[in-house]
Design a protein. Sequence first.
Length: 297
Amino acid sequence: MLEIIVPATTANIGPGFDTLGLALNLYNKFYITEIENGLEITGCDDDYKNENNLIYTSMQYFYNKVKPDKIPTGVKIDICTNIPLGRGLGSSATCIIAGVIAANILSDSNLSKKEILNIATEIEGHPDNIAPALFGNMIVSLYENNEVYYNVLDIPDELIFCAIIPDFELSTSLARSVLPSEIPHKDGVYNISRVSLLISSLINKNFDLIKIACHDKLHQIYRSPLIENYNDIVSKLYNLESIGVFLSGSGPTIMSIVLNDNYTFSDSIKSFLLTLNNTWEIKILKCDKQGTKVNII
């Protein structure tokens, strides 16, 4: 049996639209076993216990692309989900990675992590969640000519990532549909300057610059109106000494960066969120620096 443990991710980090992603210490676990024949899936809603399951379709994509000599005639998939669905925390990326890695091992294909990254990105369409989920830490990535180019950025241990997760989903398709097909030149320059400042601030631990570096004009200004009380929550987070706030992926989770010596933050933001219409869950997380782990049990 394979145990595949894949971390959650938060993508974009404000200005790094489709380019930046960061792994978090919140995990989905997948237990995948070769059986004599057929398909068995447990641990998810009945709607996903079939051949349209993303883990299984990712396995099939691998087999069709790689064409290994050995392809299992049956597979059993047990899913232990801790990452909420449809909240902008990379849950689909964890399924894709688990499927591709399982297919690689069960077929004795022995592809490298870089090759797994490329195949998983083909399925997902972009590497901003795939790369950090696979490698850990924060990843700067791009996808060009069917090849992923990436660089790893080590996140300082002083930083805590507070995920503020609502009780409603926001579909990626809807979040994409509100984005403009063209942007003004000045907005492009605006984001280039912020993403450059963000990366350099993290490298040099200039934490006082992260707030301004998280500003964005490519996606957050269009997506935030889809999230009730977004501006109220962001304002409160900064009042509670967050050093950076951004929309996690396409949302609706709001991510706050705080220093690890901000001991009153968690209780204060929980109290505030209780005054709002929707129910919000708080997860206090650290950056995962290992990425996907595989155990044979």
